[in-house]
Design a protein around this ligand. Structure first.
Ligand code: ADP
Length: 501
């Protein structure tokens, strides 16, 4: 039971029942009070002129002196006919002059005359019931009153308490209990019906909360696919939607984290492999030189040292590319676009690769459209992209082959295409060549000195520029890489020297 009242359902039900009980009790008090008020008001209105009529009957006994015996007799007679009333004769200060009752029953021999004066004033603003002092008790009661002339010419009052002691006992015993029992019965009925209805409604309302709690706890235990069915648009419905949205975000982040973790492991494995093999071969050559220091002829020594140097150069390139890629990943290197001449940049890069092409007797051809406009981009990064693509084209093209670099304008863009007559890329490898460490054929790339990072860097840089790169290739027919850059659109007229002066 204690557990039940700890639940939200228990608490809401308890509060509901308490409120119901309080409202019911207030309802009983108010209805009993207003019915009593109504009875008093009716009684006083009906008996408004009762005291005035009695005054005419009393007046003969007040002519010269107070005829107590006569008055007592009259009061006694009147009260036999109408046991509801109690009649008192008061002087103008409110002191009792005559009454019909056992003296020990009289508790107050002085009556406050203010309510009596209000009653006899006949002021239309005076509202009934007016309550006055009851000589027989400490309670306030409704009355009827009238002014009367006392012997000696003084003014006094006939004061009639309506609903006498006898009547009081009767109304308390019958009327009070009737009203009470009716309202109490109604209250019990309301409590039962509202209680049953409320319990069902609150149970339904809190059932949704319980369902949500179960879903959240399942999610907490690792069931990331758990969602809550949204049944309505109310606060609980909104809470469910918010939870589902949050669960989607958390699930996606966890997937992303898992992917990143797998990628990181793969990367570390690749890096350690790529570093270990050249380092092992460098170590081997160095140990051989050390061991055969005296016997080795200079030609052999030079060949060994050249191999070591190439190994170190490749290692250096690998470390440099890794560093570059990680900076691009961490968005530390962001493109700083500026207008530049792509034609000039391309000519410079081609010139840089000319010796490499000549060594392989490769015909490096450049075709640049005339009067090309400036393009927008980070000049250093675009230099890197073109260099990597030309480097690949030369490396993967056999001797006496051909590498063509073309530059042309189409609409608001300048197209750059690098194509070679090399061995090309197999169709199934095409979707992966931009992945880091991906090599079509490991041994082939290793011989060509590749690290598998060149195209990953190209893709990263072009992504950062919002530019797409396309690759077309058929094995044996060479490869063709194409991308385009936006033509620079001068927004404002450049300030001339004349403008400034
Ligand atoms: P690598 O440093 O090994 O050249 P890249 O990222 O530059 O690494 O290229 C990834 C792979 O794509 C290469 O290993 C190679 O197999 C293939 N590739 C890239 N460019 C060409 C090309 N022009 N012709 C043929 N294969 C290419």
């Amino acid at each position: 039971m204690k557990e039940f009242f700890r639940t939200l359902y228990g608490k809401i039900s308890l509060i509901f029942f308490l409120l119901l009980f309080l409202l019911g009790t207030a309802q009983i008090i108010i209805s009993v009070q207003s019915s009593m008020n109504f009875v008093c008001e009716t009684d006083q209105t009906l008996n408004r002129y009762l005291a005035r009529n009695l005054a005419t009957k009393f007046q003969p006994f007040l002519k010269d002196s107070l005829d107590r015996a006569g008055i007592d007799h009259l009061i006694h007679e009147l009260m036999i006919y109408n046991p509801r009333i109690e009649i008192y004769l008061l002087d103008d200060k409110g002191d009792l002059l005559a009454y019909f009752a056992d003296p020990y029953k009289i508790q107050n021999s002085h009556i406050d005359t203010a309510p009596i004066k209000r009653f006899v004033s006949n002021d239309p603003d005076v509202r009934f019931p007016i309550m006055g002092d009851d000589p027989r008790s400490d309670r306030q009661k409704v009355f009827s009153a009238s002014a009367i002339e006392l012997p000696g010419g003084n003014q006094g009052y006939i004061y009639v308490i309506l609903g006498s002691e006898l009547y009081d006992t009767a109304i308390n015993g019958i009327g009070g209990s009737y009203i009470l029992s009716t309202t109490a019965f109604t209250l019990v009925l309301i409590l039962v019906f509202a209680g049953i209805l409320g319990s069902i409604l609150f149970f339904n309302l809190t059932r949704r909360l319980r369902r949500m709690t179960r879903a959240v706890s399942d999610f907490d235990k690792g069931d990331y696919s758990r969602r809550i069915a949204v049944q309505s648009d109310d606060e609980l419905g909104q809470l469910s939607s918010a939870f589902n949205h949050m669960a989607d975000t958390v699930e996606n982040s966890i997937d992303e984290m898992k992917k990143n973790d797998a990628l990181r492991r793969e990367l570390i494995a690749n890096i350690s492999h790529d570093l270990r093999s050249p380092l092992a071969s460098i170590q081997g050559y160095l140990e051989t030189i050390q061991m055969k220091e005296d016997t080795m002829d200079p030609g052999q020594r030079r060949a060994f040292l050249n191999t070591i140097l190439n190994g170190v150069i490749n290692l250096n390139k690998l470390v440099h590319e890794l560093f570059e890629l990680s900076k691009l990943d961490a968005l530390q290197t962001k493109p700083r676009p500026e207008p530049f001449s792509i034609a000039e940049l391309l000519q410079d890069v081609v010139l840089k690769f000319q010796p490499q092409a000549e060594r392989k007797k490769i015909n490096l051809i450049t075709k640049i459209e005339r009067n090309l406009p400036f393009v927008m981009g980070d000049i250093g990064m675009i230099d890197r992209v073109i260099s990597n693509l030309i480097d690949n084209a030369i490396r993967y093209t056999p001797e006496s082959g051909q590498v063509k670099v073309l530059l042309s304008r189409r609409g608001g863009q300048v197209y750059l295409r690098i194509e070679d007559s090399g061995e090309g890329i197999p169709r199934e490898d095409l979707p992966h060549i931009f992945d880091r460490f991906y090599r079509v054929e490991k041994s082939r790339s290793k011989n060509s000195g590749g690290s598998g990072l060149g195209l990953a860097i190209v893709k990263k840089i072009l992504d950062a520029h919002g530019v797409n790169i396309e690759v077309q290739s058929e094995p044996g027919k060479g490869a063709r890489f194409t991308f385009c850059l936006d033509v620079w659109q001068p927004q404002k007229r450049e300030k001339t020297a004349k403008d400034i002066s």
